[in-house]
Ligand binder design. Structure first.
Ligand code: GTP
Ligand code: MG
Length: 370
């Protein structure tokens, strides 16, 4: 609560900050726009505007702080989480498919591959990488808008027989804004018309200078068709990941992010989540956005049942009472009652916000018509 300014409060109530300050003055409180308001002041001011204030102290925030406050000796190395982005038809899906097919471990081959939007692979050197198969830039943007940081490394695919395209630039901007290191995959190198130097040149023009040319960006010529260069690409991903020193505490209660969720006719609400720290277990009470539930079952991308899922593991889980949104944080909580309460408070806030937005739109439209 101590982080709410007069400006924040005005935005929350959808009124002008001048009105808030005016009301404060009438109440004998002199506040400036960016002044932090205490809980009492917030309650009084909100009341003047006809709002009741719920102060939610969510365990989520505590959970997030815990990540930072984790003891160094509890931390273990975790697999990097990688997203592949690039222009339409440059080969994102083909590359993901090749990696998934080529890196199934013994005993997995022939299994039914479910589309769960995320999976873990083992590289030739025996290490693990988690791939997020985001449906596109929009999903990535939506997740970032919710403050979700799920990707450690971004692979930007550019077809070597084509050029740096608008969506290539957009993808690079997204990755840079998210602070994720970029690796360039120059795809379709098997094609006789491939001209990777032309692409390197275009990238250089936008300040993405690859290592071979003295820059800082790793790049790799690949073919998602023949598999050429893909093992090397994965090793470069691991190299980049090493620099990041990715760690998590597998012993704590799980915290992570919702990748996607939907209602399945047969199974109920199904959520694909990425465990980012801790270990998720069957029976855990999970709070995810404005939904909660006990984990009834977990499966990996091959539909194999799992009892637990550690850091950097994507899984599908059953047991939530609704479908949270992509990018929503999930946390494991001790008390089901508390999880239910926070979930219902959040639903309430969402409902109120959508009502307020509607009211706002109506007024605005009337204004325009006059
Ligand atoms: P969108 O999902 O539509 O944005 O495309 P994408 O980036 O996922 O591309 P996709 O993997 O669907 O590949 C587009 C086309 O390029 C398909 O016809 C692929 O077969 C072909 N293709 C992808 N990679 C290669 C490659 O390395 N070599 C060759 N010759 N063709 C490729
Ligand atoms: Mg695709």
């Amino acid at each position: 609560t101590e982080f709410v300014s007069a400006n924040d409060l005005a935005a929350l109530m959808d009124v002008s900050v001048n009105d808030v300050i005016k009301v404060c003055m009438q109440l004998g409180m002199f506040v400036s726009i960016n002044q932090r308001l205490d809980a009492e002041a917030i309650t009084i001011i909100a009341d003047e505007f006809g709002y009741n204030v719920d102060f939610i102290t969510s365990e989520e925030e505590q959970g997030l702080e815990d990540i930072v406050e984790e003891n160094e000796e509890d931390l273990e190395e975790r697999a990097p989480v990688v997203t592949i982005m690039g222009h339409v038809d440059h080969g994102k899906t083909s590359l993901l498919d090749y990696i998934r097919r080529a890196n199934v471990t013994a005993g997995e081959a022939g299994g039914i591959t479910q589309h769960i939007g995320a999976y873990k692979v083992k590289t030739e050197s025996g290490r693990t990488i988690t791939f997020l198969d985001t449906p596109g830039h929009e999903a990535f943007t939506a997740m970032r808008a919710r403050g979700a940081k799920v990707t450690d490394v971004v692979i930007i695919v550019v077809a070597a027989d084509d050029s740096v395209m608008p969506q290539t630039k957009e993808a690079i901007n997204h990755a840079q804004a998210a602070g994720a290191p970029i690796i360039i995959a120059l795809n379709k190198i098997d094609k006789p018309t491939a001209n990777p130097d032309k692409v390197r040149e275009e990238l250089a023009q936008m300040n993405i200078l690859v290592e071979e040319w003295g820059g800082k960006y790793q790049s790799q010529e690949v073919s998602a068709k023949t598999g050429l260069g893909i093992a090397d690409l994965l090793e470069k991903v691991l190299l980049e990941a090493e620099l990041l020193e990715l760690k998590a505490n597998p012993e704590r209660q799980a915290i992570g992010t919702v990748i996607e969720a939907s209602l399945d006719k047969g199974r109920g609400y199904v959520a694909t989540v990425l465990v980012q720290t801790g270990t998720l277990q069957i029976g855990d009470v999970v709070l995810a956005g404005s939904h909660f539930g006990r984990v009834k079952a977990m499966t990996d991308h091959r539909g194999k049942k799992m009892k637990e899922a550690g850091p950097s593991t994507p899984i599908q889980l059953l047991g939530l009472d609704g479908a949270p949104q992509a990018g929503d944080k999930f946390v494991v909580m001790d008390s089901e009652r508390e999880a239910r309460e926070i979930a219902s408070n959040r639903s309430q806030v969402q409902r109120e916000q959508s009502l307020r937005t509607r009211k706002h739109i109506t007024l605005d439209e009337i204004g325009r018509r006059l």
